[in-house]
Design a protein around this ligand. Structure first.
Ligand SMILES: [Zn+2]
Length: 225
């Protein structure tokens, strides 16, 4: 369901000067709108450029937290178990993600090793931990300390975690090596596939919705005090 917001964008200066009513800003053309009443699954589009302003999350905070925790479990499994098992003329072995990163480093391709460690290990972990840090208190009707900084870290890590690129690379490598060796997918590969799906869902969380919940929680606490 799509909702067109207002007849035309409102003047940002006027809004900020006269009211503390929630506003939405178009990421594409900087138009400012007063926030309409949303229902689950609704989509708001900019009337000036057609860009998506806000998509009302179908999941509640507990649902988002459950997906994030599932992502962390998949992350641990993907890093502990071997990605593939390779068998060549009776000799066989396997490698975990970190085994491959260390082997790349020792083979003298340090830039690849560093890039792999950052995009497949560091940023996905930071993204999942930042999401859990934000969602856990929100689910308990609280606003976490340093909420703004955590949201900025979440947004930055989201742009740099790329497990799907690795998954694609592994499948291409498996096809290419199939004629030379017997390759069996390991538990780590299936966990990586699950992690890719879960991290895509975590990346799709509507950040402005999380800001709204944090503000509501803060206002509610202030009223109770
Ligand atoms: Zn726009």
């Amino acid at each position: 369901m799509t909702r067109q917001c207002g007849d035309r964008p409102i003047d940002e200066g006027a809004v900020l000067a006269t009211t503390n009513q929630a506003v939405m800003v178009c990421d594409h053309c900087d138009s400012v709108y007063r926030k309409p009443a949303f229902r689950s699954g609704m989509l708001a589009r900019c009337t000036r450029c057609g860009g998506v302003l806000e998509r009302m999350q179908r999941l509640d905070v507990n649902g988002m937290l459950a997906l994030t925790v599932a992502g962390l479990i998949a992350f641990v499994l993907a890093n502990v178990y071997p990605i593939v098992r390779i068998e060549v003329r009776g000799a066989h072995g396997g490698s975990t993600l970190w085994g491959a990163i260390i082997a790349s480093w020792q083979d003298g391709i340090a830039p690849i090793a560093v890039l792999t460690a950052l995009t497949l290990f560091f940023f996905p972990l930071v993204e999942l931990l930042a999401a859990a840090y934000v969602l856990w208190p929100l689910a308990r009707k609280r606003r976490p300390p340093g909420f703004g900084a955590a949201m900025r870290i979440l947004r930055f890590a989201r742009d740099w975690s790329m497990p799907e690129v690795f998954l694609l690379g592994i499948f291409v490598a498996m096809v290419k090596l199939a004629s030379m060796a017997r390759i069996t997918p390991g538990m780590g590969l299936w966990s990586f596939a699950a992690l890719t799906g879960l991290i895509t869902l975590v990346a799709s969380f509507d950040h402005s919705h999380l800001w709204d919940i944090a503000t509501e929680n803060q206002d509610m606490r202030a009223n109770q005090a």
